[in-house]
Write a protein that binds this ligand. Structure first.
Ligand SMILES: *Cc1c(COP(=O)(O)O)cnc(C)c1O
Length: 377
């Protein structure tokens, strides 16, 4: 049996090695490392796949979020509503631009943004909501858009963990994560569901004017060469990463299905114990399981479970141990322990087990066996 990893990128590469190498070689042979044809090809491919008018490739997912917020040029001190239970990047770009992150709770079962809390935190300074499709299932976008329309707010989806996930509207219509709000941001960090072999990211939008602005901002605010209409950044997806992503995009649905199968087996196995609360998928979304994250009934056992598994060389991770409203970097905003009980509780209760596209039955059997063994002790 191969050693177990949270994500097995080596085995995944082995399966598509020749195809990927051929595409990388094309870029090397042409030496068009920046803005080569592969970038445009991947952009078109992703627009097609997501059924969205515009994809703007950029250097990483954090930049994607930042560039979206730059495009709106909100007055300093404007408030952006964001879940505290997310990766720091969603919060960081808000603060960096002189806007105020206003933290809200997530639902304890889906880990996604709590709509009542969103409503209760809207003030006359609120300009946007930034829902995060955490771990791979969509936040409840239809009511989020309804609240946004009611208060004239923009919606920026952080879909770094949910590329390929699909949201179902109440009328049965479906849309891919990241294409429902005013703009969406995703990441091609290697371990993400659609991962490059380095950094990469993209912005999605159906708004033509916004797309134009975004394309300018990622390129130094340039409208024509050496004519700079706005302050921009340098944020590019390089040609080699785009060439790799172009190949991997073809397999994204297959990758997500492989993750769903692993999750299904975990769910079935963990149904036999009360100690583990398996992840729940809401009826308005599917789940592409960027992470397989459970809650422990007894939070005091979490570190012991993590250590127990490690003795069998089974990795497990805590995403995330500290809520953003309690991070040192954001103490300036004055939140304290107890402000967000659901989020704080999740941070002490969640644990994520290995999930990836190359999981072998024997590997998963061992993980399940050792988790259940621990639970029965
Ligand atoms: C990975 C991730 C990001 C940032 O992506 P990078 O490409 O690493 O900058 C943003 N938000 C969430 C929720 C993420 O998981």
């Amino acid at each position: 049996m191969k050693s177990i990893q949270m994500v097995d990128l080596v085995s995944q590469y082995d399966r598509f090695k020749e195809e990927i190498k051929t595409e990388i070689d094309k870029v090397l042979d042409s030496a068009s490392f920046i803005n080569g044809p592969s970038v445009k090809e991947f952009q078109k491919g992703l627009e097609n796949y997501l059924n969205v008018k515009h994809v703007i490739p950029c250097a990483n997912g954090t930049d994607a979020l930042q560039v979206i917020m730059m495009a709106y040029d909100f007055p300093k001190g404007s408030e952006v509503i964001v879940p505290s239970f997310t990766y720091v990047a969603t919060v960081e770009v808000i603060a960096l631009l002189g806007l105020i992150p206003v933290f809200v709770e997530v639902y304890p079962d889906t880990f996604n943004i709590d709509l009542d809390d969103v409503r209760s935190k809207i003030t006359d300074k609120t300009v946007a909501i930034a829902p995060v499709h955490l771990y791979g299932q969509c936040a409840h976008m239809e009511p989020i858009m309804k609240i946004a329309n009611e208060f004239g707010l923009k919606v920026f989806e952080d879909t770094a963990q949910a590329i390929g996930a699909e949201y179902t509207f109440s009328n049965g219509k479906k849309a891919k994560a990241g294409t429902i709000g005013h703009a969406g941001a995703t990441s091609f960090f290697p371990s993400k569901n659609l991962g490059a072999y380095g950094d990469g990211g993209a912005i999605m939008t159906n708004d033509d004017d916004l797309a134009k602005k975004l394309r300018m901002i990622v390129n130094h605010g340039q409208s024509e060469r050496y004519y700079h209409d706005s302050i921009g950044v340098n944020s590019r997806l390089d040609s080699i990463q785009a060439a790799i992503l172009k190949v991997k995009l073809k397999y994204l649905d297959h990758y997500n299905q492989a993750r769903q199968l692993v999750a299904k087996r975990y769910n079935e196995a963990f149904a036999s114990t009360d100690e583990i609360i398996a992840p729940m998928t809401a009826n308005y979304t599917n789940h592409v399981y960027h992470q397989y994250t459970v809650k422990l009934k007894d939070e005091s056992k979490r570190d012991a479970l993590n250590k127990y598994l490690a003795t069998f060389e089974i990795p497990s991770m805590i995403y995330y141990p500290v809520p953003n409203h309690l991070q040192k970097a954001y103490s300036y905003y004055g939140y304290t322990n107890g402000d967000m009980p659901n989020t704080e509780d999740l941070c002490s209760r969640v644990i994520s087990f290995p999930i990836h596209t190359e999981m072998e039955a024997a590997q998963q059997n061992l993980i399940i066996e050792k988790v259940l063994e621990f639970c029965s002790k």
